[in-house]
Design a protein around this ligand. Sequence first.
Ligand code: KG4
Ligand code: ZN
Length: 343
Amino acid sequence: MNQKPVYILGIESSCDDTSAAVLCNGKILSNVVANQEIHAKYGGVVPELASRAHQQNIVPVIQQAIEQANIDKKDLNAIAFTRGPGLMGSLLVGTSFAKSLSLALNIPLIDVNHMQGHVLAHFIIEEGQQKPPFPFLCLTISGGHTQIVKITNYFEMEVIGETLDDAVGEAFDKSAKILGLPYPGGPLIDKHAKLGNPKAFKFTKPRVADLGFSFSGLKTGILYFIQKQVKENPNFIEENLNDICASIQQTICDILFDKLKAASKQTGINHIAIAGGVSANSQIRSTLKSFEKTLGWTTYIPKFEFTTDNAAMIAIVGYYKYLEGIFAKENVVATARLKVSEQ
Ligand code: KG4
Ligand code: ZN
């Protein structure tokens, strides 16, 4: 069967990465991401600086994505953009640009829920990559979210468990900050943990009902523990950095997987995916994989480039919406708070 090519331009600008991607029938032709280095200086994302950087980056990033895809912008069938959730100023840059470009090219505009993008990144067509069948569960873990989502169809998603306070990415980043590591600290904890003993130190795990999570207590526990140790030995962090990181990471893994196992048991679903920036974590990836043997799960682990924010995941949602004829209204607006279940 000869399928007519459908070219979708995806635009992502919800937080601190400006990204544009072109997909043809769900396959990636380009996926350009411009990271904003400026935030490292401040130990976290500064919203005002993020939106200014998006304004500078958006034109060259989109141009590069179209050039790398080796198409003309007139070939595009639709433009998909992140409507939310995210930082309002950042979202506005992508939303305004996507609106103007769709008007200029006279092609449909498709609004995309960023969280659905993280989940549906598993449907980007790639060699050797298996798509999860419906229904499946997805542990969506990022700097802003920690959720167990039940996915029944492309746009039917239900949160069955989520954090009551901090997101798991925040737990990684705040713990790293306590240890004097720069932002974002998650990847650095991962790096040091590889060389440390995960049983060296014990941190208390929270007790949360049902499938809920909590990470703010862990952060406080780590802070008090480090303050106490440093009082006794000012070199405590330097001397034990790998072991501290390994122990923190182990605790976070235990918290996540206790709930994920309970969710699988409760729903009877054994197809389990992970998504979001924190799904780049090596221990989370290997632990999930190990459950294929021990629990009989079929697991779906995204390629590294699809874990952190990127426009290919926005374009894939756009592609499925395009096939269904679901387009944005002309008066569509950026929405800072948007649940994964909302269109
Ligand atoms: O999805 P994402 O790029 O942005 C949000 O939508 O939040 O996630 C960013 C988060 C940060 O907290 C970062 O520290 C964390 O993902 N992260 C990691 C790793 N790589 C990124 N956390 C732990 N281990 C990693 N390897
Ligand atoms: Zn994200």
